[in-house]
Design a protein around this ligand. Structure first.
Ligand code: HEC
Ligand code: HEC
Length: 203
């Protein structure tokens, strides 16, 4: 048995979440497996359908908040980051890692259940802005070495399947809802998309 006092901690966190307004999404939402697309006979159509499923992760707020349209990160459901920070010149000195540490940090501050954290927390470069873009535009940018950090498809897969900032999206802490599925099931889908020609959706 735990000492009785420890039961207060989740209760306090829950109160905080209620004040903050929960952004938790359905934790049971799984990703479709590559096999479940076998019914689509045309290889390119199958690949496109897999990208649409991948986009459920890529366009999830846990990813988009670090891949915004401007040089300012977003938070929760694509809301303005509080406090205001920008990678533009004037507040560049306010490094992300002043507040974002190596791990998620629970807090008892009013309305904030946890400060997200992972090693090397930072904003994605401007060429990797995804907010406001169509799935087709995101797909094309993802494959473009001039925009994607000079990655080939194998390196894209490795980043999606292994990178720890990507992985954070399934363990966001506090009251934040995770991305659908798991990083492993997402990685399998990315590999199957590549194996079928890495086609982009029409829109
Ligand atoms: C904490 C911020 C952060 C989060 C959260 C984050 N990213 Fe990124 N992402 C970055 C940074 C920074 C880079 C640039 C890294 C580099 O080029 O080495 C990047 C680069 C990438 C790239 C490679 C570039 C490209 O356009 O192909 C992919 C793919 C990617 N992220 C996918 C994701 C996905 C999918 C998620 C959510 C599951 C996610 N990211 C969540 C910060 C983040
Ligand atoms: C002065 C402290 C501070 C600084 C500096 C800071 N952040 Fe934050 N950030 C926070 C806090 C606190 C939260 C949690 C807000 C909440 O959920 O209530 C947060 C949340 C976020 C989130 C939201 C995660 C999600 O999916 O909801 C992202 C993304 C983020 N910060 C990125 C950045 C980046 C990138 C930088 C550097 C350019 C940065 N932050 C600098 C304090 C800071």
């Amino acid at each position: 048995m735990l000492p009785r006092g420890t039961l207060l901690i989740p209760a306090l966190l829950f109160t905080g979440a209620a004040i903050a307004g929960s952004t938790t999404s359905d934790p049971s939402s799984a990703l479709r497996s590559p096999d479940s697309f076998a019914g689509i006979a045309d290889r390119t159509e199958r690949s496109r359908a897999m990208f649409d499923e991948m986009a459920r992760v890529i366009q999830h707020p846990r990813c988009l908040n670090c891949h915004p349209a401007t040089r300012e990160p977003l938070q929760r459901d694509l809301e303005r980051h509080q406090p205001a920070v920008s990678m533009d010149k004037q507040s560049r000195a306010l490094e992300c890692q002043t507040c974002h540490h190596e791990h998620n940090t629970p807090t008892f501050a009013g309305g904030i259940a946890s400060i997200p954290g992972a090693h090397g927390w930072k904003l994605a470069p401007a060429s990797m802005s995804w907010v406001g873009k169509s799935r087709r535009e995101i797909c094309q940018a993802l494959k473009d070495p001039a925009k994607n950090g000079k990655r080939d498809l194998a390196a894209i897969h490795e980043h999606m399947a292994q990178d720890h900032l990507v992985g954070w999206a399934w363990h966001p802490g506090g009251t934040l809802g995770p991305a659908p599925g798991t990083q492993a099931s997402f990685g399998a889908l990315v590999q199957a998309w590549i194996d079928t020609g890495a086609a982009c959706p029409a829109a």
